[in-house]
Design a protein around this ligand. Sequence first.
Ligand SMILES: O=P(O)(O)OC[C@H]1O[C@](O)(CO)[C@@H](O)[C@@H]1O
Length: 234
Amino acid sequence: MKVITVKNQLEGAKIAFDLLKEAMEGGSKTLGLATGSTPVEFYNQVVQSDLDFSEMISINLDEYVGLDGSDDQSYRYFMEQHLFNEKPFKENFLPDGKATDLLAEVKHYDSIIDSHPIDFQILGIGANGHIGFNEPGTSFEVTTHVVDLAESTIQANARFFEDESQVPRQAISMGIASIMKSKEIVLMAYGEAKAEAVKGMIEGEITESLPASVLQKHDNVIVIADEAAAKLLK
Ligand SMILES: O=P(O)(O)OC[C@H]1O[C@](O)(CO)[C@@H](O)[C@@H]1O
């Protein structure tokens, strides 16, 4: 893993943007995308750029179960607001949180990922070490699946909702095995709340108790962390 320490989210976002640009110049066609607060400034950089996404495909990591794409708390809505409305892609894929048959949706999402191998994957990291919504204890072998969100994740994400009771308890998430198939992974981590998870991911043992630690087994991962998130690193 290559680690780049930056002063703040803006500096990190600019580096992530340069990596994306380079990947697209090198022929990358399919992007794996993340939501949450971490990639917001990165998407701002993309929107302000002259990069053209009209031939690009995006596949998002996850979506809350029970939320329609038009719901302003859904990840589809987030992506439209932060990126897709400004930068139209050839196709954007996110799991359907309103699918009546979740098992069928999970299979469908796997088939989408299989037919569009991810060239460049953007990741954030949860304070508990999750990537996507793959919570601690998730098998490294799993592909797309329905997740019961960890209590700590529900609490962490409550800041985006009116109150904690509004946070969906389940999500559909791309699995760790699928994330690991991405050719290049850029993970961003900002803020002190991520410091323990960042240390475990980079210097700890590879364990399903800290899902992001699996990235030590991938040969093309760049971690961009601000000083607060990197402060426990040796
Ligand atoms: O970026 P945040 O809001 O700290 O969340 C951490 C991670 O958890 C998720 O929200 C779960 O998918 C990711 O999208 C995000 O990168």
